[in-house]
Ligand binder design. Structure first.
Ligand SMILES: [Zn+2]
Length: 100
C-alpha cells in the first residue's frame, strides 16, 4: 500500500488568512473575538466563531481558523502589554522616593 500524500495541498498561510479579515460593516481589519452566546452554537457547528469589530462594534462571525489566529494574536499583545507595564513599574520603582 502506498501512502498517498499530496504535497500540493497546503493550508493557507497566515498572511492569506489575515488578508481577508475585514469588518463587513466598516472594512477595518481590527476586531477581537467576542464572548460566546448560546445563539452562537449553530454557527459554531459550522466552524464559525463570533468576533466584534473594534471600530464600529458590530458583531459578526468568521471561520474558526481565523478566530484561533485572532486569539493567538490577542495573547501575544496581552503579553507585550504586561511586559510594558512591568517595565514601567520597574522604572518607577527605581526612582528614589526621597529625591525631593
Ligand atoms: Zn466594523
Amino acid at each position: 500500500m502506498t501512502v498517498l500524500f499530496q504535497a500540493g495541498v497546503l493550508p493557507p498561510t497566515r498572511k492569506e488568512m489575515v488578508d481577508f479579515m475585514n469588518c463587513p460593516y466598516c472594512g477595518t481589519p481590527k476586531f477581537r473575538t467576542s464572548r460566546l452566546r448560546l445563539t452562537d452554537l449553530p454557527r459554531l457547528a459550522l466552524l464559525q466563531f463570533p468576533v466584534r469589530c473594534r471600530l464600529c462594534r458590530e458583531r459578526f462571525h468568521v471561520g474558526l481558523s481565523l478566530a484561533l489566529h485572532l486569539i493567538q494574536a490577542q495573547k501575544v499583545r496581552e503579553g507585550e502589554e504586561a511586559a510594558i507595564r512591568r517595565e514601567k513599574y520597574k522604572a518607577e520603582d527605581k526612582t528614589p522616593k526621597s529625591a525631593l
